[in-house]
Design a protein around this ligand. Structure first.
Ligand SMILES: Nc1ncnc2c1ncn2[C@@H]1O[C@H](COP(=O)(O)OP(=O)(O)OP(=O)(O)O)[C@@H](O)[C@H]1O
Ligand SMILES: [Mg+2]
Length: 323
């Protein structure tokens, strides 16, 4: 047998694996004088759940429409699996499933008949595949019921089911948790995790930051069409390395801390807690200092920010900076 063949296959496989599932390169879209998307650069690795965040009007849906070739960029390009979207649209979009804002469902038809109708457009979608997808989105029990009797969460899940019909490698979901109650959000989160575990790449836009924090490995935050930050959730939420300290006589303890080189920026927050750096950035050294200075602390904890706080801080900063 030809010994070169497996190597060639291996090379092809590694090459396709190393290309990002989605790469947005210098992407822009203007509407008249309005710059909806402004030289945006984002790369999404294969297999990750990537959060695309931004306040209302930031340009998320416009970006997603360009990713899917629904509107033409004013500048820049989108690559899917290493291939230019505009030039190889039908080939690359065959590997993508999408849900933009609310799904366009036939509400007078059953969930199953909706999948059949959308499957018919795609061609080659078997009843078996429809059964599998109904199981994935947990709608088997209601598959025969008309969609107009579905809850919002069920409709969103049916929207994801439609996006899954062609067994895509990349799912692009615009606000999949939009309007869902806490139980619906948890169901959607579980579904995203399950799809990711199956090896699919998920690119989702969301306002539900606590959800993004829980399921995404990386996020981009945009505002006024511009990228503000692209980082791992872990690095965004790990905080500044400052500590929160509560102690009796906090104002006097603060004075003692501020005399130290590491504590010059320490302050009291509105709850009378000291927020400070620690000597050598170590909590135990901070405790040691306080004890030796005569202020035994009640609590010393690393200060963390949740993604919502980070999001608000960064989007406010970008407004102040006039970006
Ligand atoms: N077809 C259009 N014509 C003119 N302006 C548009 C068009 N589509 C979007 N815009 C504008 O582009 C900007 C970005 O809109 P976009 O819908 O992408 O924001 P978004 O981040 O998805 O917001 P939301 O969180 O509210 O869904 C907005 O100022 C919007 O008014
Ligand atoms: Mg939108």
């Amino acid at each position: 047998m030809n010994s070169a063949a497996p190597q060639a296959n291996f090379a092809a496989a590694t090459q396709s694996n190393s290309a990002p599932a989605l790469e947005i390169k210098n992407l822009s879209k203007t509407y008249g004088s309005l710059i909806a998307v402004d030289h945006l650069n984002i790369a999404v690795r294969q297999g990750e759940i990537f959060g695309f965040l931004g306040p209302n009007g930031a340009g998320k849906t416009t970006t997603i429409r360009m990713i899917l070739g629904l509107i033409t960029p004013t500048g820049g390009a989108v690559e899917l699996f290493g291939k230019p979207m505009l030039q190889q649209k039908s080939a690359v979009l065959a590997r993508v499933g999408a849900l933009i804002e609310s799904p366009a469902l036939h509400t007078y038809l059953s969930g199953r008949d909706n999948l059949r109708a959308f499957g018919h457009i795609l061609g080659n979608v078997s009843e078996k595949r429809i059964d599998e997808i109904l199981a994935v989105v947990d709608l088997q029990a209601r598959a025969k019921d008309r969609v107009q009797t579905y809850s919002l969460g069920m409709k969103q899940r049916l929207g994801v089911a439609i996006a899954l019909l062609n067994n895509p490698d990349l799912l692009v979901l615009d606000e999949p948790a939009n309007g869902l109650d806490p139980a619906g959000i948890v169901e959607m989160r579980d579904l995203m995790r399950q799809l990711s575990a199956e090896g699919k790449t998920v690119f989702l836009s969301s306002h539900v930051l606590t959800e993004v924090q829980q399921i995404c490995s990386r996020v981009s935050i945009i505002n006024h069409g511009k990228l503000i930050i692209d980082a791992t959730v872990e690095s965004l939420t790990k905080g500044s390395g400052k500590f929160i300290v509560t102690a009796e006589n906090a104002p006097a303890a603060l004075l003692a801390i501020r005399k130290q080189p590491w504590g010059a920026d320490a302050l009291l927050d509105e709850q009378n807690r000291i927020i400070t750096q620690a000597p050598q950035n170590r909590g135990k050294d901070l405790i040691g200092f306080m004890v030796s200075a005569g202020f035994v602390p009640d609590l010393v904890a690393l200060q963390e920010e949740n993604l919502e706080e980070v999001f608000l801080r960064l989007t406010n900063d970008s407004v102040k900076a006039g970006r």
